[in-house]
Write a protein that binds this ligand. Sequence first.
Ligand SMILES: Nc1nc2c(ncn2[C@@H]2O[C@H](COP(=O)(O)OP(=O)(O)OP(=O)(O)O)[C@@H](O)[C@H]2O)c(=O)[nH]1
Ligand SMILES: [Mg+2]
Length: 473
Amino acid sequence: MNDSLQTKMIPEFAVLGHPNEGKSSVVSTLTEDDQITVSRIPGETTVSKRYTVQIDGEDIIRFVDTPGFQVPRQTLAWFKRFEGDPNQVCEQFIATFRKDPFFSDECELLGPVVRGAGIIYVVDGSRPVRDDDLAEMEILRLTGRPRMAIINSKTEGKDYTADWKSEFRKHFNAIRVFNSNTANFMDRIRMLESLKSIDQEWEPVLSRVILAFQRDWQKRNRLVTAFMTRSIEESLAFFVSEPIRTSSDQADIKEALTKKYQAHIKNLERQLFKQIRTLFKHNLFEVYLPEYSILKHDLFSKQTWELLGLTKEQLAATGAIIGGTMGAVIDTAAAGITFGVFTAIGGILGAGSALFSGKKIAKKKTAGIRFGGDKLQLGPNKNLQFLYILMDRALIYYSHIINRPHGRRDLQDPSKNTQNKKKGYSTELTARQRNVCARFFKAVNSRTFLKEKTALSDFEALIESVLNEISGT
Ligand SMILES: Nc1nc2c(ncn2[C@@H]2O[C@H](COP(=O)(O)OP(=O)(O)OP(=O)(O)O)[C@@H](O)[C@H]2O)c(=O)[nH]1
Ligand SMILES: [Mg+2]
């Protein structure tokens, strides 16, 4: 297939409108591209630029970001005076004014329309309809191209949606509310569904686009499942140990082990979060986390455990610990040494009485010198609750990422869609699902994956179903 033939089959939509209404944000959200410049200052976009959505290296759909209309009334006056072939009105307009600076933005924004793009007209529904807007709508009607209007309300509390809709009905084939700063995956799908209705000829190709988007989303969720399962498995199985010699300061060793253990687990979580962020194409900045987010708390803090929904009884059970009253018994080569209170461990680490354990290291001879003694080991964590904490934090992060539209550039004020969960997802699991988690936990802990054949696959299936539920797919 040659290039031009392939290009023709890829649907293309020009996003048009008044300056500063959110055109670039809409393109950014629709294409999941956070590199597109969005700015408070009107007139930011000065040239039309195509953004192509690719899935598995294949071009799927294009959106063209354009400059805003500058002189819509004068442009409309010319369109109305035009006496040639109505299908040629845009071409003739550009041919006439290509070199005229007065109409330079209008020539630029109509360029993609001449090339056959469908039209998505963006307005800010939080302001009233003005004469300039009516002129813009009339120009678009006169282009004769399939067109859809979308209402992207920038300011909450002010709503002129009804006025806009009644004007739109005269000029457009479809109308949709689509907010570039809150839209999630399903909103994007619904938007594409509406686009189908603006031109019957595009129906089959847009159906294919929607299918490609949905398959890609499923694939991402499967990847997140794999990343999450591996990360959790690694965290659960992780342990650190250090030999104890008579002269060693055991308190120092405990502290060093605790630091090492926590740093490793936190690092695994960071890596997982980065994988999720990359998969959902967020590059611009560390995704902002709302002040109240559980993820703001340290993985190893008491708040994390409380916020994720541990009951008082669970807290009491997991940690005598958290209060700092747990003692750990270490077997030593010589005699049983009882360590005192491990307050330094705190939080999760304290949870689970078997977290710290002592092991006798086989004495061995190296170059004639006898080494040996006892070993202090921290981890693997034997507390099932640890699995739920890791799982919940990853799911909350996932929910945050998928609900953050790429066109959104402010850092505060999390989107409405973000799940402002006070409790973790694990608190909503059914008894059967908890059983799946417990079997997975046990298989990791006792390294019996070979025997417990379905422990891993059942856990993965559970995670994937929760991801699908969170994303509404
Ligand atoms: N709160 C909110 N702000 C938005 C929304 N859409 C756009 N904005 C903001 O409005 C300003 C303009 O957005 P752009 O996407 O750059 O608008 P534009 O239509 O491309 O503007 P020009 O390129 O100048 O014509 C930016 O500060 C955006 O962050 C929205 O849905 N909600
Ligand atoms: Mg712009």
